[in-house]
Design a protein around this ligand. Structure first.
Ligand SMILES: C[S@@+](CC[C@H](N)C(=O)[O-])C[C@H]1O[C@@H](n2cnc3c(N)ncnc32)[C@H](O)[C@@H]1O
Length: 358
């Protein structure tokens, strides 16, 4: 990738985060918000009197919570123009004496001191999309005191065979007419890229298997380039597998209590669903399975060389020749897509953007 291409990718990335609608989508995720709020505000003895760095503060949400929990100084670093709105929020919440908003990439910032805690909401779809963790690692190595804490501190990526009825069942019976062949063609458009979907926990066909686990205090950039896992999943029920799904949990320290967990696993109640939903690698055909049958597959998740904010996800079945390679989409397109779904109208996002450009 040339320097010009890299710069244009980065510009596009930070422009997408200058859009208030994208932040509203995250701020409307009450599962996400509550996990962070509990981890911060219910643990004042961890935050009280501490210096904190919030990597990618966005609207300042986490930085303001840290100040409310007693942090004496919070460096709230944000590269996009959202930094201006973060400053407004810091004033509105009367924490201006504690929170200092700095508009900069964290890679370019200088701080006058090392910090006790680094907090960040850096997770992308299937945990790794966007590669924002790279910036958090950079900040950790430069600014965290040796005994400092990372929020979140542990991350686990899970996988399981799954069934998504919408993709397959629709074409089987349209007012009595079968269109399964068209259904097959239609699905090919879903098999080239991972799909962000909401899975019913009843349609997860095995216990989740850990694909990757790491600790944010010591994970290294190299650890995130190539992740390979042979998954052996024993089905817990009869059913049809038409996708391999991925989701993640992240963990926060709590004082004298068990960890606080932000989980993006499939859930039965809409109020528990996060904006990350689940990521599904859709299979071109479905396969019937029975309880106790094993589904064996290999996942190879590798950073895309031409755009390091993307990953390639390669899926191959270990007991057949089937394989599927896909590149994750751009952040901007994914956020756009989520925005459209949120508003239930195709034109909203473009209308919003063109009007905000005026
Ligand atoms: C997922 S959003 C989270 C925003 C906010 N912390 C929240 O929880 O609502 C990530 C934010 O980090 C910013 N960001 C990403 N990489 C960054 C970097 N290297 N330096 C500074 N800001 C960054 C993005 O512009 C975006 O606003």
């Amino acid at each position: 990738m040339s320097d010009a291409e890299a710069n244009s990718n980065e510009e596009e990335y930070f422009e997408s985060y200058a859009d208030l609608e994208v932040h509203k989508l995250m701020l409307a995720d009450s599962v996400r918000n509550e996990a962070y709020r509990t981890a911060i505000c219910d643990n004042p003895d961890i935050f009280n009197g501490k210096t904190v760095l919030d990597v990618g503060t966005g609207t300042g949400f986490l930085a303001i919570l840290c100040a409310k929990a007693g942090a004496t100084k919070v460096y709230a670093v944000e590269a996009s123009d959202m930094a201006e709105l973060a400053t407004i929020n810091v004033h509105e919440n009367e924490v201006v004496d504690k929170v200092q908003v700095v508009q900069s990439r964290v890679e370019d910032v200088e701080l006058p001191e090392k910090v006790d805690i680094i907090i960040s909401e850096w997770m992308g779809f299937y945990l790794l999309h966007e590669s924002m963790l790279d910036s958090v690692i950079f900040a950790r190595d430069k600014f965290l005191k040796p005994e400092g804490l990372m929020y979140p501190y542990k991350c686990i990526l899970y996988s399981a065979p799954s069934y998504s009825p919408d993709l397959f069942e629709f074409w089987g019976n349209i007012s009595g007419v079968q269109m399964n062949t068209i259904g097959q063609l239609y699905r090919t458009k879903y098999t080239g890229k991972p799909e962000i979907m909401e899975l019913d926990p009843n349609n997860i066909l095995s216990k989740p298997v850990e694909v990757y686990q790491f600790n944010t205090k010591d994970v290294q950039l190299n650890d995130l380039n190539n992740i390979s896992k042979n998954v052996y999943s024993e089905c817990i029920k009869n059913g049809h597998v038409n996708g391999i799904s991925l989701w993640f949990d992240v963990f926060f320290h709590a004082s004298n209590k068990s960890d606080i967990i932000l989980s993006t696993a499939p859930v039965s109640s809409p109020s528990q669903l996060t904006h990350w939903k689940q990521t599904v690698i859709v299979l071109p055909t479905e396969k019937a399975v029975v309880k106790t049958e094993n589904v064996h597959y290999k996942l190879f998740i590798s950073k895309n060389e031409s755009n390091p904010r993307h990953y390639n996800i390669e899926l191959s079945f270990l007991d057949s020749d089937e394989s599927n390679t896909m590149e994750s989409e751009t952040v901007v397109d994914k956020k756009k897509e989520e925005f459209k779904k949120h508003h239930n109208a195709d034109s909203d996002y473009d209308e919003y953007n063109s009007s905000s450009d005026d």
